[in-house]
Ligand binder design. Structure first.
Ligand SMILES: Nc1ncnc2c1ncn2[C@@H]1O[C@H](COP(=O)(O)OP(=O)(O)OP(=O)(O)O)[C@@H](O)[C@H]1O
Length: 242
């Protein structure tokens, strides 16, 4: 469902992402792991068609991110941590509807979908209130609903639980697991090993823009003869630091 083919991005002298190739299938959660500055956000931004690659390409649902960006956008849901970007003066429903309309949904389909999301995400109490005074957890639910209003097949999540309390983080993790159960392909970046261990079917470890290893968590633990994922990560990254 998602295929990266030698994807690369250079910002002047910085090669942020270098020759990245891997595939993620439907019904799979793929974790992108790397230190600060490893290239995780840049990779996700390219997949989200927010940034143009300087080499290689990628496809989402067989659509090329460089040649068919507007088509690609219909198939992806994006959730980037720390960037709520909601309109304070609009209600939760209006915020979600705005995005649905951008994705070409008609009023009937939108109403049905928002009612459904409001119920699943337990937002019924505040769906028609303005978001300006919402708590972080409430805003997060609106952001999630907005990301999936058009029922995308692919979810791109950049450190989505950053800054959230335990309950809100757990809601989000449950949501990510549900996406997998619905057959969506989920790619998410995180620094939190427990979260990665709990959720991911496979992980890719990137360092200085390059993929240093990829596999299932159990597979990588066996390969590096260490039952602690954090230690496997440090072993992989540490051995490669300048
Ligand atoms: N717009 C930009 N202009 C120049 N350099 C950039 C730009 N965006 C990212 N970079 C550089 O590209 C590299 C990769 O950054 P990126 O944000 O993708 O890393 P990351 O793995 O997401 O890090 P973090 O975990 O800190 O968010 C870094 O060296 C960063 O400084």
């Amino acid at each position: 469902m998602v295929k990266l083919i030698s994807l690369g991005k250079r910002f002047k002298e910085v090669q942020a992402v270098d020759d990245l190739s891997f595939e993620v299938k439907g019904g799979e959660i793929f974790g992108l792991l790397g230190e600060n500055g490893a290239g995780k956000t840049t990779t996700l931004r390219m997949l989200a068609t927010m940034l143009k690659p300087t080499s290689g390409t990628a496809s989402i649902c067989d659509l090329d991110i460089v040649k068919q960006p507007s088509e690609v956008r219909k198939h992806i849901g994006i959730l980037f941590g720390g960037e709520a970007g909601l309109y304070d003066r609009l209600t939760a429903r209006e915020n979600i509807a705005y995005f649905g309309k951008l994705n070409g949904m008609d009023d009937n389909a939108l109403k049905k979908r928002i009612d459904e999301l409001s119920q699943t995400l337990d937002m019924e109490e505040f769906i028609d209130r303005r978001v300006g005074k919402f708590s972080k957890g409430m805003k997060q639910k609106v952001t999630i609903a907005r990301a999936i209003v058009h029922d995308p097949e692919v979810m791109l999540l950049d450190e989505p639980t950053v800054g959230l309390d335990v309950t809100a983080a757990r809601t989000l993790q449950d949501f990510i697991a549900q996406c997998r159960d619905q057959g969506k392909a989920v790619i998410f970046s995180s620094h939190i090993m427990s979260e990665v261990e709990r959720l991911c079917d496979r992980i890719g470890i990137i360092h200085k823009g390059r993929l240093v290893d990829i596999g299932t968590i159990d597979g990588l633990k066996q390969q590096y003869n260490n039952s602690n994922l954090e230690e496997v990560f440090i072993q992989l990254i540490g051995g490669k630091s300048a």
